[in-house]
Design a protein around this ligand. Structure first.
Ligand SMILES: [Zn+2]
Length: 429
């Protein structure tokens, strides 16, 4: 758009006067943003950094190697086909005339066998954030029809955009240049140089426009800040916020925001006094949470049984008959243990702990499925559904029906043990 107001004209002027991004900055970011790769073929290994290749007698697939020429540590990739490209972002943080400015540089790394790796970098976006957190964007254009929202048109000009924020505002950089120039008001609002996994522009905007974010940052409640910015669930008059203020007053740091929020819900459910530090600042959050969760499972179970004892007994008998050949199956590796769920009560437990529908949707009635419970260090982590028809994993979900950080390991362990399930199927025939 053509700048019209005095403010818009000023922003465009400031943008024009920003120094050029230097080659030195690009090179530093290039080293920080990307991994270095190698390709392993039957008899050779190719370094995609310096173009060198060397013979190997290793027949098994390697994960990492050191290049014999450039001595760089390389990750062996299987994504290579006729070349390999990766794209990432880095930021330069500066300020001018009461604007916090976040400059976003898009960088593409190109790798090819027998060649040195190379990059192409171009500045794609500049965010001008005022002292109230209001943002204006100067950016290049994107391909309108592309399925990716950041498919930049390289040769378009940086220009002022009418919409102050869109999905591109939330792009996260892999690297932020040192020597940041930050407005005094941002420092006054609690910023001490760390971003706590939050993209700089999102953090700046939050602490300038949202007093809750500002308070959390100042009180060093990092995990709660991260949680709040992603969920914006804390309201100034809400239960959680009142309880957080008690934590802050008592110098209690909430290390796991999600678990703590869950715990506060449980306290409310059991009508505990959530104005009391005794309850809202537990010494061992996990233990306090699990104790109440067990109590809640017991309570729901009791109500369910009271309501419908006959039906549950019938379901249990039916489940036992349908799945008896699988009961007792346990797969263990390192700290992960996976077992077939044996009782209807365990279905309820899984459902309550992970807050998903394995109990309410009566998964125990699914004839062609086997439901397993995965625990890491003895803690309920994910529930797995395996198809007994084609013997594959249909889903593996943890809290809130989402994959956890152990998801891949859990799936790998189940896949490895599918033959055991198959063997039990045969014994039933
Ligand atoms: Zn090399």
């Amino acid at each position: 758009m053509i700048p019209k107001t005095a403010l818009e004209i000023k922003i465009v002027e400031l943008s024009k006067n920003l120094p050029q991004v230097t080659q030195q900055q690009n090179e530093l970011a290039f080293a920080k943003c990307f991994a270095n790769y190698a390709v392993q073929s039957r008899k050779s290994i190719f370094c995609l950094e310096c173009g060198y290749d060397w013979k190997t007698n290793d027949t098994k697939k390697l994960k990492k190697v050191i290049c014999e020429r450039c001595a760089k540590s390389l990750v062996v990739t299987d994504k290579y086909s006729n070349g390999l490209k990766e794209t990432d972002y880095y930021q330069i943080i500066t300020s001018a005339d009461n604007f916090q400015i976040v400059r976003m540089i898009c960088m593409t790394k190109t790798m090819r066998k027998n060649c040195n790796s190379s990059y192409f970098a171009h500045e794609v976006m500049q965010l001008f954030i005022d002292e109230f957190g209001k943002t204006r964007t100067i950016s290049k254009n994107v391909m309108g029809m592309s399925q990716y929202y950041d498919q930049w048109i390289v040769y378009s000009e940086l220009s002022l955009k009418s919409k102050s924020e869109n999905r591109r505002f939330y792009l996260s950089p892999s690297y932020v240049m040192p020597n940041k120039k930050v407005l005094p008001i941002i420092k006054r609002n609690g910023f001490k140089g760390k971003f706590y996994r939050i993209a700089p522009q999102i953090l700046f905007k939050a602490i300038l426009s949202d007093s809750i974010a500002e308070t959390l940052l100042k009180a060093n409640q990092q995990d709660m800040l991260y949680y709040h910015i992603r969920n914006t669930s804390l309201k100034p008059t809400g239960t959680y916020w009142n309880a957080i203020k008690i934590c802050i007053r008592n110098n209690y740091q909430i290390k796991d925001a999600k678990l703590w929020i869950d715990y506060i819900d449980l306290l409310e459910h059991f009508m505990k006094d959530i104005r009391s530090p005794k309850y809202v600042c537990p010494l061992d959050l996990k233990k306090a949470h699990d104790k109440l969760m067990a109590k809640k499972v017991k309570e729901i179970w009791k109500n369910t049984v009271e309501e419908n004892k006959k039906q549950i007994d019938k379901n249990q008998r039916h489940y036992f008959k349908a799945k008896k050949q699988f009961l007792g199956l346990v797969f263990t590796e390192k700290n992960i243990s996976i077992n077939v769920i044996e009782t209807i009560k365990e279905f309820l437990e899984e459902g309550c702990i992970h807050n998903h529908c394995v109990f309410t949707n009566e998964y125990y009635k699914k004839q062609n499925s086997l439901i397993l419970s995965a625990k890491v260090n003895g803690v309920h982590t994910e529930t797995i559904q395996v198809s007994l028809e084609n013997l594959e994993i249909l889903q593996s979900r943890g809290k809130g029906n989402k994959a956890t950080k152990y998801n891949k390991e859990i799936i790998k362990l189940v896949n490895k043990n599918l033959p055991q399930i198959r063997a039990r199927m045969k014994t039933a025939c």
